[in-house]
Design a protein around this ligand. Sequence first.
Ligand code: OGA
Ligand code: MN
Length: 208
Amino acid sequence: MDYRNLNWEDLLDQLAERSWLVLDNFLSLEELNALLKEFEQHRKQEDLRRAGIGNAFHYQKDKEVRGDYIVWIDKEESASHTWSFYQRMLSFMGDLNRGLLLSMKEIEAHFALYPPGAFYQRHVDQFKNNGHRILSFACYLNRNWQEGDGGEIEIVDGDQIVVIPPLAGRLVLFRSDLVEHAVLKTHKDRISITGWMLDRPIDLPIHY
Ligand code: OGA
Ligand code: MN
């Protein structure tokens, strides 16, 4: 599905029926370049931290499960294009709420870097981490991604496994409670913004 000639009804149908979808060209080239620049700024400032699994009570860093480095998008501190992207996702969430009769209220999101060799084992987002996650998204910032670079997101759909390369500007959206997925081992730096639309405001310290 291509964001540049989007049929909103098709999008809603796909999400409702299949619980996941791929939207190409969600980012313009300008947005992509601006977001990459702001990500590189984070990398330079050494803001990236090893990602963990679990929640505040059962927290662990286990590179056998996931090997990525993240920096949360924070309302106050985020650089301007990152903040515009976040706002854009909030407004997209509003459209999805109206289309699917949901009442998602907030978004938590982070940049993620998977260095060569990193992966994320198969999992479901809601139960691993946070029961308030309704829809998950991953938006990819990888220019010139080639076949053989790895880093695909693998989505389990019934008895089918769908393998989707993390191409620049692509957005993958799926239900946090249902859709099992994995990030296959990458052979190059793999950069994304990953986020979750939540059914409650962020009022608790859920970023650790
Ligand atoms: C996650 C995740 C998928 C991706 O961070 O929970 O599954 O394609 N990310 O980056
Ligand atoms: Mn996930």
